[in-house]
Design a binder for this molecule. Structure first.
Ligand SMILES: *Cc1c(COP(=O)(O)O)cnc(C)c1O
Length: 371
C-alpha cells in the first residue's frame, strides 16, 4: 500500500544550535536560512514517508542520483508575513501547491495532497516564526523543492524522491523604494516554446537563462525581455511575468495587457492576483484588462505615438518591478514613469493593494493565517 502525504505523522527534531538572527538591514535575498527544514521522502513502493522537521543542514545523496544528471528537480516560491498582531500569514499557498503538483506530474515525480503540505509548512513556520521579520516590506521566503533521488544512470522514471522546504528571511526587494530597470529585448535566445515546459517551475528552465542575462548586463541592462516567434511577442521579463499599460489617444481608454497562458508563460501567482484585482477594482469605463499577445513592435509604436503609459514585471520576490527602458534593435524604447518617481501610477497602486492583503491590513481569503 502506497501512503498519502500525512501531516499528522510529523516528527520534529529541534536544533541544539540556534542561529543568531541577522538584523533586518543585513538580510540578502536567499542568503540566510532559518534553523529548521521540512523533509519528506517518497518511494514508489511505500509512497510518502514520515514528514520531518529537523535542523537545517546538508543532504546526503548518491552521486548518481537522477537529480544531478537528468534534472529531476522542481521548486516553488511563496512568502509568509507577520501581521501587526504578530500572526503568521501565507499568501495564496494553495496556488503554489497546485502549481508544484503540475510541475511534479510533468517530470514523473510524485504528486501530493496540497492541504497536507500547507499544514506541514505551517508547522515549520511556527517553529521558525522568530525568523519572520515583522517590519513592513520584510517577509519569509519559502522554497519548497522536490528532487528525484533514484541512484543509477539509466534515464527513466524515478522511484525515489525527496520533497523539502527551506525558508529565508528577506527584506524589501528595493531597499530604497522602487528602482525602475532597463531591459534588453532578447530574440536570439528563447526562454520557453510551445510544447515545452516553460510554464512549469522546473530548475532546468533557469540555468540556460543566465548567459543571456550576462550578455544583456554587459550592455547595461538588468534583465532580458524575452521575445518569442517571428512576430516577436513579448512573453516574460527575466523570471517575472510582464505587464504593460497603453492608453488610446482617441478614446482615452487605458488597457492593462499581459501575455496569455499558452504554455510558454509561467502561471505566476502574482500575475493572477494582479489580473483579479485589476478586474475587480479598476473602473471598467476607463480600463480594459486583457490577456493577449503583444509584440515588441506594438510597444515601440505606442511609445512613439505617446500611448505607452507604463510597464512592470510581476513575481513573488519583488511583487512588482517597474521598467523604465527597453533596448530593442539598437534603439531605446523609453517607458514613462511618474515625474520624479521610479514607478508608474498603476505599478504603485498594485504594489499597495497586494501589500495590504499580504500583511493582513485588509482581510481576504488570499491571506492564510497559520494557527
Ligand atoms: C516564478 C516565476 C514567475 C512569477 O511567479 P509568482 O508565482 O508570481 O512568483 C514568473 N515567471 C517565471 C519564469 C517564474 O519562474
Amino acid at each position: 500500500m502506497s501512503s498519502a502525504l500525512d501531516s499528522s505523522k510529523l516528527k520534529i527534531t529541534k536544533t541544539t544550535a540556534p542561529k543568531t538572527k541577522l538584523p533586518n538591514d543585513q538580510l540578502v535575498f536567499g542568503q540566510s536560512f532559518t534553523d529548521h527544514m521540512l523533509t519528506i521522502e517518497w518511494t514508489a513502493e511505500s509512497g510518502w514517508g514520515i514528514p520531518e522537521i529537523k535542523p537545517y543542514g546538508n543532504l546526503s545523496l548518491d552521486p548518481s542520483a537522477c537529480v544531478f544528471h537528468y534534472a529531476f528537480e522542481l521548486f516553488e516560491g511563496l512568502k509568509a508575513y507577520k501581521d501587526s498582531k504578530g500572526k503568521i500569514r501565507m499568501f495564496r499557498p494553495d496556488m503554489n501547491m497546485k502549481r508544484m503538483n503540475k510541475s511534479a506530474a510533468r517530470i514523473c515525480l510524485p504528486t501530493f495532497d496540497s492541504e497536507e503540505l500547507i499544514k506541514l509548512i505551517g508547522e515549520l513556520l511556527k517553529i521558525d516564526g522568530a525568523f519572520i521579520p515583522q517590519e513592513r516590506g520584510y517577509s519569509l521566503y519559502i522554497r519548497p523543492t522536490m528532487i528525484g533521488t533514484t541512484a543509477g544512470l539509466g534515464v527513466g522514471i524515478p522511484d525515489r524522491a525527496l520533497l523539502y522546504v527551506i525558508c529565508s528571511p528577506v527584506g524589501p526587494y528595493y531597499k530604497t523604494g522602487f528602482k525602475a530597470v532597463r531591459l534588453e529585448a532578447t530574440d536570439y535566445a528563447t526562454r520557453a516554446w510551445p510544447g515545452g515546459v516553460g510554464d512549469k517551475k522546473l530548475g532546468a528552465n533557469y540555468a540556460p537563462c543566465i548567459k543571456p542575462q550576462l550578455e544583456a548586463a554587459s550592455r547595461g541592462y538588468q534583465q532580458n525581455l524575452w521575445l518569442f516567434g517571428p512576430e516577436k511577442n513579448v512573453t516574460e521579463v527575466g523570471t517575472m511575468n510582464f505587464f504593460v499599460v497603453f492608453q488610446d489617444k482617441a478614446t482615452g481608454k487605458k488597457e492593462l495587457v499581459t501575455a496569455p497562458l499558452d504554455g510558454t508563460i509561467l502561471e505566476g501567482v502574482t500575475r493572477d492576483s494582479i489580473l483579479s484585482l485589476a478586474r475587480e477594482r479598476l473602473n471598467p469605463s476607463e480600463w480594459d484588462v486583457n490577456e493577449r499577445y503583444c509584440t515588441i513592435t506594438e510597444i515601440a509604436s505606442k511609445a512613439e505615438s505617446g500611448e505607452l503609459v507604463e510597464a512592470f514585471g510581476a513575481g513573488t520576490a519583488a511583487v512588482v518591478s517597474p521598467i523604465k527602458e527597453i533596448g530593442y534593435n539598437g534603439t531605446a524604447i523609453n517607458v514613462p514613469l511618474l515625474p520624479g518617481e521610479q514607478f508608474g501610477p498603476l505599478t504603485k497602486q498594485i504594489a499597495d493593494w497586494i501589500a495590504e492583503l499580504q500583511y493582513g491590513v485588509v482581510e481576504s481569503e488570499w491571506s492564510r493565517v497559520v494557527n
